[in-house]
Design a protein. Sequence first.
Length: 382
Amino acid sequence: MGLLSAVFTWGKIQGQVVRNVAIYFAAACLVVLVLLSVGQLSQLLQQVASGNLPLSVVLQLLALGIPALMVTVVPLAMFFAVYLVFSNLYRHNEMVAIRSAGLGLGDLVGALAGFVLAVLLLEVLLSLYWAPAARKHLQDESIRLASAATQALIQPGSFANLPDGRVVYVGQAASGSNRYREIFLDLAGRGKPDIATASYGEIQIGHGGGVSLILIDGRRYMGTPGEAGFKIWRFAHYRVELAAPSGAGARQGQFHWSSASLPEVWGQLHVPGHFRYALAELEWRLFWPLLIPVIALLAIPLAYASPRRSGRAAGLLVGILLLLGSNNLLVFLRSGLTAGRIGGFPGLFWVLLVLLVIASYAFIRRNRDWPVFPAWLGSLSL
C-alpha cells in the first residue's frame, strides 16, 4: 500500500511539473511572439504610410511572418518555461519536499522528456517546412503587391515615377484594355540620358506577377545629342520590365535559401558552387530543433535559487548571456561555413556541442547539490 501511495505521489508531482512547464511555455510563446510581431507590424505600417503597401494586406503579411518568428520563439519560450517552473520549486522549498518524496532532478527530467520531444517535433515542422513555405508565400505576395502598385501607377495621359527612378508616360488607350498610344520611357532614371519612345505600348502581366511594357514601333535615344557616343536605335518591338516577376532572383542565379523547400535545398548539394550554402542552410534548420532539449537541460541548474536569498535573476542573466553569445557564434560559424573557412561537420553544431557540455556540467553539479559554478568563480556561484 505504501509503495502504491509513493508511486501515485511521484506521478502526481511529475504531472504537475509537466503541466506547469506547458502553461509557462504557452504563455512565453505568446508574450515573445507579440513583442517580436510589434516590431514587424511597425515596419509594415511605415510602408503603408509611405504608400508602398495597402492597409488591407497588413494582417495577411504579418501572419505569413509568424512561422519564421516562431522558429526562434519556441527555444526561447522553452528556456523561460523550464527556468521559471524550477525557480519557483526552489524558491518555495517545494524541491526539498520533492526530494523527501524520493524524487531527484533526474526523475523530473525524465518526466519532461515527453513534452520536450513534442516541442522538438513542433520545431522540426516549423524549421524544415512551415517557415520556408511561409517565407516563399510572403516573397510571392510582396512581389505581387509591388507589381500591382506599379501597374496602378500607369495612368493614361500622365507621367509616373517608378520605384527605381525611371519615368514612364502613356497616352490614351488604343484597341485593347492594356494597349496605349504615345509611349515615353526614361530608361536611365538618374544616370546618363537613355530615352525610348514608341507609337504604341502594351502592358503585359506575367504568370509570376511581373509587369512588362512592350514598346511597338519606336526609337531609343542613348546619350546626349551633339556629344560623342550619341546613338539612335529604331526597333519594332522592345520589352521593358517594370516590376520583377516572382522567383526572378533564382532565375538570375540568386537562390533564395531561406524560402527554398527542403527537397530544393537538398538538391542544391549537388550543384557546383552551391554545396557550402546548401549545407549551411540544412545545418541552420536542424540546429533549432536540436537546441530544444539542450536548452531545457541548461535551464534546470540555472534556475536554482536559495530560499534565503532575495534575488533569483542571476541564473536568468547567465542564461540570456549564454544564448546571446551562442547566437553570435552561430552567425559567425554560418558565415565561415559558406566562405569555406570551417569544415562542414560539426559546422554549426559546434554551438550545440559547447552548450551541451555546459548544460551537462551544470546539471551534474546541481544534481549533487553542488554550486552550478565552482567556488573559484566567486560571486557567480549559484
